[in-house]
Design a protein around this ligand. Structure first.
Ligand SMILES: [Zn+2]
Length: 239
């Protein structure tokens, strides 16, 4: 075990590879150290991957983290190795890592990287049965005094039931699941999902602290103003 002073000193001088090796020994003291490869990659997201293949441990971190302080890389090493070996991950590490990612400058950088690197497929508003632009503009007039700027609108590639709709601020796009683009799906359900995503335009995400509170109280209240709110939610259950 390292005392606090020793830990700080070692953190200060460790390379990312050494950090992973040390955390590995902490988590798996009786297992022989596998060969380790740690690299930073240009991903579209702040994603990080770990895998054990042919006895070699590969860690690929987003290059957004290349300049991160050692304690942040240490926290991520605990998270990735903990997941790989199914060990409980101390909340201290998840908290430390999230706090860093949530810093304003990190969020801005991540947002830019997503915009530049993340190619996003957006189908365009015209579906087989419904036109998202018409629906957006009708709801905009009725519920937002026509004041919302129209983002890109598109249908999802697949018939997603898990993700009925989402607003992607990096691409300023609302994407709606194709399951709504059917003659048998009532327009009300589609309008409700669109209305919900439009509220995300109206109430941007609150990033205070480490938790992203996406559906604030204010948001929930506004959502209830949708006519036939309950009926629409009932339809969603039957899809
Ligand atoms: Zn939402």
């Amino acid at each position: 075990m390292l005392d606090a002073q020793g830990l700080q000193a070692s953190l200060f001088f460790e390379t990312p590879l050494e950090i992973y090796a040390r955390v590995f020994r902490e988590l798996k003291p009786r297992t022989a150290m596998p060969e380790l490869a740690v690299e930073f990659c240009r991903f579209a997201n702040a994603d990080n991957f770990i895998k054990l293949e042919h006895g070699k441990l590969h860690v690929r971190m987003s290059d957004l983290l290349e300049g991160a302080p050692a304690p942040v890389l240490e926290a991520l090493a605990h998270i990735l190795l903990g997941k790989l070996y199914r060990k409980p991950i101390s909340r201290m590490y998840t908290h430390r890592y999230r706090l860093y990612l949530n810093r304003r400058d990190m969020r801005r950088q991540a947002h830019l990287v997503r915009q530049i690197r993340g190619r996003k497929f957006i189908s365009g508003p015209q579906g087989a049965h419904y036109n998202l632009e018409e629906i957006f503009e009708r709801l905009n007039t009725c519920h937002f005094h026509g004041l919302l700027g129209r983002p890109q609108l598109g249908w999802s590639r697949g018939d997603s039931r898990r993700m009925l709709g989402h607003f992607d601020p990096s691409h300023n796009a609302i994407v709606i699941s194709r399951i709504f683009d059917r003659a048998e799906t009532p327009l009300l359900a589609l309008e409700y999902v669109m209305f919900h995503e439009m509220l995300h335009l109206r109430f941007p995400v609150d990033h205070s602290g480490t938790r992203r509170c996406v559906h604030t109280k204010e948001f929930r209240e506004a959502e209830k103003q949708f006519p036939h709110f309950k009926a629409a939610k009932e339809i969603l259950k039957t899809l």
